[in-house]
Design a protein around this ligand. Structure first.
Ligand code: CA
Length: 365
């Protein structure tokens, strides 16, 4: 799907709100239908398709006892109101990124990704085996919902810039789109930061209200057409080293399911997490080739000066959460730091040296 049709779907979606809101979930003879609202444009590569696949998995695995109907961004509610729709009961399920809701609790950002934080594998290890999920449940408990990991982008791209940036001074006043804690880091570096949903970024770049934007990586960014406006593509991101998507369910609706259907929802999320991560990993490098070969995109790296200042700003943002009076956010940050301290030993001893050695010495014969 091209960018035009993605945007068109987003724009015309508002008209459908009235009609869609009237249809309540069907309930008959042990069969029920859940509405899943998402933050993604329809047919959006990787992440949006992941939401659609998750719905299909649950429907198929349950033999239709629990069918899930997907509403892409704007079809039932605007993209950045997806979680509220589950909280207020106008949907049973949502699919998006937990850091979109950091205004509800900044601790939620950690379940998407943290600047200079964990890679995808490290993040899943923390959430599943080092205490993350329990704290995530505690935060979402307050809102009557529950979150599951449902996808991961891998290490993201740093973003699209109209002009090359070389020094921290070049970032002063730069109007840049990026959400979450990463947005706070860029603001510390001098940028003027805003968050926009996927379908709104291209227009803002085109209209000149943004100087630069990051969204995900080559696979998603190619589909959104940013290369048409900005040719300087900085890689990798230092604020989103791994970025998880979430599926959120209404806790009361989830608890009311029989045990097998609960397990189906859980397992489908886990399966789709894995599928999305592989999809992104396989298709990002392909899309990057297209961006470079067909569209003349210039791939650049942030300078050490920017990377170093970004690391300092990231440490300050993390320290800010650790010293805040928000007890659950603080608990999240402490758990995250303890897990990363452990996982870094693996990165230092195993993963990084292996990748360095392979890139340095190994060639196909
Ligand atoms: Ca991003």
């Amino acid at each position: 799907m091209d960018r035009r049709s993605i945007l068109k779907k987003g724009l015309t979606a508002t008209a459908a709100v009235g009609a869609a809101a009237l249809s309540a979930p069907a309930l008959s003879q042990g069969r029920q239908e859940w509405r899943m609202v998402t933050t993604w444009p329809k047919n959006f590569p990787g992440l949006g398709v992941g939401a659609e696949n998750l719905a299909k998995r649950i429907t198929t695995m349950s033999g239709g006892r629990l069918s899930v109907k997907v509403f892409s961004a704007g079809e039932l509610v605007p993209p950045l109101q997806a979680l509220d729709a589950v909280i207020n009961g106008s949907a049973e399920m949502s699919h998006g990124a937990a850091y979109y809701w950091q205004n509800k609790n900044v601790g939620l950002s950690f379940f998407t990704g943290v600047p200079y934080g964990m890679t995808s594998r490290e993040h899943a290890a923390w959430v599943r085996f080092l205490g993350g999920q329990q704290i995530w449940d505690e935060i979402y408990d307050q809102f009557g919902v529950q979150g599951f990991l449902s996808g991961d982008t891998g290490t993201q791209a740093g973003g699209w810039f109209r002009k090359e940036i070389k020094t921290v001074a070049d970032l002063k006043g730069l109007r840049f789109r990026t959400p979450g804690l990463g947005g706070q880091v860029w603001a510390k570096l001098g940028a003027s930061v805003t968050n926009l949903a996927a379908g709104e970024i291209f227009q803002a770049l085109q209209a000149g209200t943004l100087d630069a934007a990051e969204f995900v990586g080559p696979y998603n960014d190619l589909a959104l057409g940013f290369y048409q406006i900005a040719k300087n593509y900085y890689m990798p991101s230092f604020i989103e080293p791994g970025l998880a998507t979430e599926a959120v369910v209404s806790k009361s609706k989830f608890r009311a399911l029989p045990a097998d259907l609960q397990e189906i929802v859980r397992s489908a999320c886990q399966a789709e997490y894995d599928n999305v991560a592989s999809d992104m990993y396989a298709n990002d490098p392909r899309a990057l080739q297209t961006l470079v070969d067909k569209h003349g995109v210039k791939v650049l790296r942030f300078s050490d000066e920017i990377l170093k200042a970004g690391a300092e700003a990231s440490a300050e943002v993390l320290a800010g959460v650790r010293s805040s009076d928000n007890a659950l956010a603080k608990k999240t940050a402490e758990s995250f730091v303890a897990a990363l301290t452990l996982l870094r030993t693996r990165a230092d001893i195993t993963d990084s040296p292996y990748l360095v050695a392979r890139e340095k010495f190994f060639k196909f014969k």
